[in-house]
Design a protein around this ligand. Structure first.
Ligand code: NAP
Ligand code: GDD
Length: 318
């Protein structure tokens, strides 16, 4: 039986990846951290999952897990992943999102260098790059402490691969969403807001910049690509994206239309929600993933929006 160690198991991607790895017959060891209240709502249906405590800030805890399980594959999904929080907590973001990966790689290098490692890199590293669409060779222009921390980790992936010969790869993933998305991210915030308006609980939804454009896909499709990257003969980085971008306004319009409503009657823009150093547009070119991994996104944007709105209505009606 192959063993996979997954950090960030309680997050959106951790839950989809764990499901898929268990279906493939892996023993999955999920890394969670000690909190005062449990947050296992995304993984509580996964009975076969082994859960162990560790923290990206704590080298010893990572070292012990790698030594104990000697995993075939390691997926580093843990991070402080919300861009606005990276402005209020830049040092914590650098520690978790940047240095956390290096702590994990040091544990791998010293204890079990045969492990294959996946790093969750981000399209935010492109920031306001002059290149569009962005592929693996596009110029980076990180525009937040989060993006800078991810870019540091991304470069360390390439360094550990070249200098230490580790099988470590970066997936440069564009935005991916699902009903399991955190409530602070715009797709879930909109889906939740639309459902609350529909059920008569509120009348208005406050949002920031409606003109920003993102390349949004479905998280369950993207976690399949993570696994494929670790099954290749050669360690290489891959962009994963749909290749189509939409504005936040497109998202809002579609989400309200799903329930037969006009977004203009319910959306207010709040200047406090506008970002400093906004990333204006991200659109990915996933040709390499299509050609080498045979990867294709299965869920298109309108279906993703409908899926999220319907899930939110069902959740609120319970
Ligand atoms: P998420 O839902 O925010 O999950 C983040 C996970 O990291 C949670 O399990 C969280 O644990 C854990 N974590 C945070 N700090 C930690 C620490 N110090 N030690 C151990 N665990 C810690 O993120 P996601 O959407 O699943 O994304 C997964 C990864 O992909 C992240 O690295 C993210 O930056 C990256 N990424 C995401 C996207 C996207 O669109 N979703 C795109 C590109 C890259 P708690 O539950 O305890 O907080
Ligand atoms: N969160 C949020 N809330 N975003 C809003 C709002 C709002 O009320 N109003 C407008 N937006 C805009 C943001 O300004 C941004 O341009 C866009 O919606 C998307 O914001 P998020 O959903 O918070 O995601 P993100 O693009 O900043 O970051 C996500 O994707 C990255 C990959 O590109 C995160 O998952 C990152 O962890 C990930 O790396």
């Amino acid at each position: 039986m192959r063993t996979a160690l997954v950090t960030g198991i309680t997050g959106q991607d951790g839950s989809y990846l764990a499901e898929q790895l268990l279906e493939r017959g892996y023993r999955v060891v999920g890394v969670h951290r000690r909190l005062s209240a449990e947050n296992h709502w995304r993984i509580e249906h996964l009975d076969a999952l082994v859960l162990r405590y560790a923290d990206l800030h704590d080298l010893g805890s990572l070292y012990d897990l790698v030594e104990e399980y000697r995993p075939d594959e390691i997926y580093n999904l843990a991070a402080q992943s919300f861009v606005p929080t990276s402005w209020t907590q830049p040092l914590l973001t650098a520690e978790a999102t940047g240095l956390g990966l290096v702590r994990l790689l040091e544990a791998v290098r010293r204890v079990h260098p045969a492990a294959r490692v996946y790093q969750a890199s981000s399209s935010e590293m492109f920031g306001n790059s002059p290149d569009c669409p962005q592929n693996e060779d596009s110029r980076f222009a990180p525009a937040s402490p989060y993006a800078c921390a991810k870019l540091y980790a991304h470069m360390m992936v390439q360094n550990y691969r070249q200098a230490h010969g580790l099988f470590v790869v970066s997936g440069i993933l564009f935005n991916h969403e699902s009903p399991r998305r955190g409530l602070e991210f715009v797709t879930r915030k909109v889906a939740h807001g639309v459902a609350r308006v529909h059920l008569g609980r509120v009348d208005k939804l406050r949002l920031g910049n409606l003109t920003a454009r993102r390349d949004w896909g479905f998280a369950g499709d993207y976690t399949q690509a993570m696994w494929s990257m670790l099954q290749q003969d050669r360690a290489r980085d891959f962009v994963v994206a749909t290749g189509v971008d939409h504005s936040v306004e497109d998202l809002v319009r579609l989400a309200f239309e799903t329930l037969g409503r006009d977004w203009r009657e319910h959306v207010e823009q709040d200047p406090r929600l506008f970002r400093r150093n906004e990333v204006v547009r991200l659109r990915g070119d996933a040709s390499r993933a299509r050609e080498s991994l045979g990867w294709e996104p299965r869920v298109q944007f309108p279906d993703l929006v409908r899926m999220m709105v319907e899930a939110e209505v069902a959740r609120l009606q319970v």
